[in-house]
Each structure stands twice: as structure tokens, then as C-alpha cells.
Design a protein around this ligand. Structure first.
Ligand code: HSE
Length: 328
């Protein structure tokens, strides 16, 4: 594994490192994330603040990786069948230690919700192990281990939920092999509103719906939108961000799986959102707004629509989480 740039390292003082190495157990917050961000299918994601899983990672005398507790949702305890277990094993295979790790998962992000449930699990184990080992791995290397866990859930190696969960903020996956991640700055007062209709859409199934080829005309529109989204985020230009949040390639195929998708996105725009789209592979829908007040107006407008549908739903308003996964 190659060495990575300084900015992707977890910087800490020697004293901090000493304390971390003495720790045997760590509790952490592993955040939910929004992948794709409309025009950035498989390459862009951002990190949420207000929703995520908690996990406890513990060093044990017994070698190997064991999942000892799962709360919240019914997930497998077998290490090789559990997303966090698989990413932990990928890291464990890369180190030579005479001890093992236990993983406890307090799952709050519903699997199949489209806000990076599997990524939060995959990232939590490797982040926690890295902390307990004294941080030998960079953020990019942790993402590489976590990709193995994510692939168990979505049957494909993608990092657009993992990278923002680890790096925080907006992250652009320039390449998966070799893995290259770029951190994209975003304006301070950018807020997300998320609606999660309580239906399940499996990532693997919603990927299978997508065409293998796209029309050149659509590709041109999409990369123009994506380039301008990155520009808008860099310059903090909300008008440019607003004009860029369109997806002409993936959303037309997937949106029909999400009840009242068009009504929700229209209501969000009418309430002042910069744009809306499918969060990851759905069914969650994200909207981005300038300022918390508008993000709350957007939430209210969407709530009005969905409360008439008879479908249960959750909503979140969140500032963009620039830190990513963190120790509690
Ligand atoms: N980019 C992935 C997809 C994200 O849309 O299939 C899945 O959460």
C-alpha cells in the first residue's frame, strides 16, 4: 500500500498517540452520508451531522475479529457476513498483531435507507481499530479496507459513501483503483434536508436497473453539471450549485421506485431549496439549502406532502459534517 498525502493523515501529537495506544476500547459515531449528490453518480458524497451509528471497538487477547453485540437492526453476527466484519478483516489481514478485536454495533441508520448505512458500518470498524493501533493507516487506506465491507452490501466496489464518512464534508472519489480521494470544500451555511420514506431499496437491485450505456448528449450534460457543482462548492457560489444539481442519467431510472419523488422535489424547490435528488440509491431524498432556516422550511414543505401519503417516514435537517467519523 502506498503512502498518502499529509492532509489525509489523522494528525495527532505524540502524547495523544501514546494515550490512544494505551486505550483498549473506543466508542465512536459513524455518520450517515449522501452519495451521488445528483450529478456525481458513484464519485461524490457528503457527510451528515445529525444521524449516524454508534460502535464500540475493543482490543481482546484472543486473536481474530468478533462481532459481539448488535442493536437496532437484525444483522449477521458472522464476521465474514457482516459489512463491518469484512472491512475489519481486510485491515486485520494487513497487520501482524498477537491480539484481536471485538465489535459492538448500535445501528441507527436503517439498512437500505440510502443514507450510507452499510458505509457507516464498514467505516466504523476500521476507524476504531486504527485508533486502537495508534493510527498506522491514513484515511485513504482506511477507505480501501472499508470498500471490501461496502462491496458485500452493494456487490460493487464504490466509495462515494465511505469517503465522506471518513474524510467529512464533500469527498470526490477520483479513482477507485488506485484509490484517490479529493476533499472538496463547501460553503459554511450549506444544509441538507433528508426525507427517508420507510420502504427499503437494496443498492444492488437499484444498480441493476441502470443502463450499461448512456447517450453522449446526456453524458455531456452530466459532466457539465458535475464540473460546475464542484466549482460552485469551491467558490461558495449558491447560484452555481443550484444550477448544477441535476441528474439526467441515473435519476430517471431510479426515481420511479420512490413514491411521490416528483412532488417532494418540486415542494423542496418551491420552499427555497437549491436542489434535490435521490440520496445514494434511495429511497431517501436529499435537498440542499442555503442556511438552516430554509432547510427547515424545506423539511416542513416535504412533511406536508408525505404526511398525506400514508407512508411512514423520518426527516433530518443537518449541517454538512466537516469532521466525519469521530470518537465519542
Ligand atoms: N453510488 C452508489 C449508488 C451509492 O448510487 O448505487 C449507493 O449508496
Amino acid at each position: 500500500m502506498e503512502l498518502h498525502e499529509e492532509s489525509s493523515c489523522f494528525c495527532s501529537s505524540a502524547a495523544e498517540n501514546y494515550l490512544i495506544e494505551k486505550m483498549n476500547e473506543i466508542r465512536l459515531f459513524s455518520p450517515a452520508t449522501v452519495a451521488n449528490v445528483s450529478c456525481g453518480f458513484d464519485v461524490m458524497g457528503f457527510c451528515l451531522d445529525s444521524v449516524g451509528d454508534e460502535m464500540v471497538i475493543r482490543k481482546t487477547d484472543k486473536k481474530g475479529i468478533r462481532i459481539t453485540h448488535i442493536e437496532g437492526f437484525d444483522l449477521p453476527y458472522e464476521t465474514e457476513k457482516n459489512v463491518s466484519g469484512v472491512s475489519a478483516l481486510a485491515m486485520y489481514d494487513a497487520i501482524d498483531v498477537d491480539f484481536g478485536f471485538e465489535i459492538e454495533i448500535y445501528k441507527k441508520i436503517k439498512p437500505g435507507s440510502g443514507i450510507g448505512s452499510s458505509a457507516a458500518s464498514a467505516v466504523g470498524s476500521v476507524f476504531g481499530m486504527n485508533e486502537l493501533l495508534g493510527r498506522p493507516f491514513t484515511k485513504t487506506q482506511l477507505t480501501e479496507f472499508a470498500i471490501k465491507g461496502e462491496a458485500l452490501a452493494s456487490k460493487c466496489e464504490h466509495a462515494d459513501n465511505l469517503a465522506p464518512a471518513i474524510f467529512g464534508g464533500f469527498a470526490l472519489v477520483k479513482s477507485v483503483s488506485p484509490l484517490e480521494i479529493l476533499e472538496i470544500p463547501a460553503p459554511d451555511d450549506l444544509y441538507a434536508t433528508i426525507i427517508h420514506p420507510q420502504i427499503e431499496i437494496k443498492t444492488a437491485e437499484s444498480r441493476a436497473l441502470l443502463p450499461k450505456e448512456v447517450a453522449l448528449e446526456d453524458a455531456i450534460t452530466q459532466w457539465a453539471n458535475f464540473g460546475s457543482l464542484v466549482h460552485g462548492l469551491h467558490t461558495g457560489d449558491f447560484e452555481v450549485i443550484k444550477k448544477s444539481l441535476h441528474d439526467v442519467i441515473v435519476e430517471p431510472h431510479r426515481s420511479r421506485l420512490i413514491p411521490y419523488f416528483d412532488d417532494v422535489t418540486k415542494a423542496a424547490i418551491d420552499a427555497g431549496a437549491l436542489g434535490s435528488g435521490i440520496s445514494g440509491s434511495g429511497p431517501s431524498i436529499f435537498s440542499l439549502s442555503k442556511g438552516e432556516e430554509t432547510a427547515i422550511d424545506v423539511k416542513d414543505a416535504i412533511e406536508k406532502i408525505y404526511s398525506k401519503t400514508g407512508i411512514e417516514f423520518d426527516m433530518h435537517v443537518s449541517k454538512i459534517n466537516t469532521q466525519g467519523i469521530k470518537i465519542l
